[in-house]
Design a protein around this ligand. Sequence first.
Ligand code: SF4
Ligand code: SF4
Length: 82
Amino acid sequence: MALLITDECINCDVCEPECPNDAISMGAEYYEIAASRCTECVGHHDEPQCKVVCPVECILVNPDVVETRQELFIKFERLTRG
Ligand code: SF4
Ligand code: SF4
């Protein structure tokens, strides 16, 4: 699964620099996660770093982007291949 940010986001800017995949950016009204770049931090960290730091817990799993841990690792390898 990739993660997504809900409209409860308060645009605090804390999560964006924590993402090892540059998946988080400011959207039209609040921050967004590019599902194609989110590995749930697989390959980089034990836990999704954006979820760890978000003060309002508005980052959830994206039910539209279902991926196994192995698929997330393949995505990580593709993103880091350079
Ligand atoms: S879970 Fe990790 S890779 Fe996905 S958006 Fe959050 S910090 Fe980035
Ligand atoms: S840490 Fe949470 S509240 Fe802050 S910008 Fe990111 S998603 Fe929004």
